[in-house]
Design a protein around this ligand. Structure first.
Ligand SMILES: C[S@@+](CC[C@H](N)C(=O)[O-])C[C@H]1O[C@@H](n2cnc3c(N)ncnc32)[C@H](O)[C@@H]1O
Length: 292
């Protein structure tokens, strides 16, 4: 069964996860990076045992007692006890064989456990053709895509995830795309965070690809990267990225027997902000001064 939740409901925005997990016992955040997701998750589920793994030991040491960070290559064979929930986020461009990785995740889940994968599409969009004027951003993203294909670590992941999870054997696969360029206030706040995310990405996503794979000089890439940041600041460009959250469940629970497709349980959002009291304008007054 495949469903679509559109676009960016409040629960979608403020949840750490969307899979309908209830009481996860063992959780893996693979490719955890700074570990911030794993830290927040471990805080929200103090009874869960949470592991954050990455190639680089860059995570902080002051962390919840139910969390450990491990150095691990998730492209190697996995040797874990089964997890109840596995989380991947922002691994596009890093993985050689996504189908193999998804199979490892599947094999390392307990029956009924969930895998959730969150990825952006590589190329940005606009509904009013302003993407045509974003020449630096387009060049950056198109060439990044070329470099990723050249080294066999594609950035073209997000739109394939639903099919790949289904082919791996997951059931109850749900895909959650977002988000249109916003007038809506909450989405504007999301846009602010994404702008910051893209500022950081404009240098970190590309230095190695452009210089080592495409043969650019570091100076040429620095000029492109500065141009990208200028365009990201330009409010005349109404750009957006498509974010896909895809989750699927490993079959095997008793209620999965029979031919009928199972309806997934309802999503219970876990709030990082209390929706009753949270007022984004208190945090980002600049977003609420005037319409762009
Ligand atoms: C863009 S960061 C995303 C970090 C984190 N998932 C997040 O969303 O904040 C990608 C991370 O994946 C890690 N990574 C890439 N390939 C990996 C591999 N084969 N095994 C483990 N980690 C890997 C990188 O070291 C990096 O920290």
């Amino acid at each position: 069964m495949v469903g679509v939740i559109t676009p960016l409901e409040t629960a979608t925005i403020y949840s750490l996860f969307l899979a309908p997990i209830k009481d996860p016992k063992r959780v893996l955040d693979a490719g955890t990076g700074t570990g911030i997701w794993a830290i927040d998750f471990a805080d929200q589920f103090p009874d869960a045992e949470v592991i954050g793994s990455d190639l680089s030991p860059i995570q902080p040491g002051w962390i919840p007692p139910n969390l450990v960070f491990e150095v691990d290559d998730i492209e190697d064979e996995w040797r874990h006890n089964p997890f109840s929930y596995i989380h991947f986020r922002s691994l596009s461009g890093a993985i050689k064989d996504w189908k193999r990785l998804l199979k490892e995740a599947y094999d390392n889940l307990e029956p009924g456990g969930y895998l959730e994968v969150t990825e952006f599409e590589c190329l940005m969009h606009s509904d009013d053709d302003t993407i045509e004027s974003a020449t630096m951003i387009r060049k950056w993203q198109e060439q990044l895509h070329v470099a990723g294909e050249t080294i066999g670590r594609t950035f073209n992941v997000a739109g394939n995830l639903r099919q790949w999870l289904t082919e791996t054997g997951f059931i109850n696969v749900e895909e959650v795309p977002g988000s249109p360029w916003p007038r809506d206030r909450t989405l504007r706040e999301v846009g602010l965070y994404q702008q910051q995310n893209m500022f950081d990405a404009s240098s970190s996503y590309g230095q190695a690809h452009f210089t080592r794979v495409l043969g650019w000089s570091p100076q040429e890439f620095a000029v492109l990267s500065a141009g990208v940041r200028n365009e990201l600041r330009d409010k005349r460009l109404h750009l957006y990225s498509k974010l896909y959250v895809v989750y699927g469940q490993k079959p095997g629970l008793e209620q999965d027997s029979g031919d009928e497709a199972q309806e997934p349980p309802a999503v219970t959002p876990v709030w990082t902000h209390d929706p009753e009291t949270y007022r984004p304008e208190e945090y980002h007054p600049e977003l609420y001064e005037a319409d762009p």
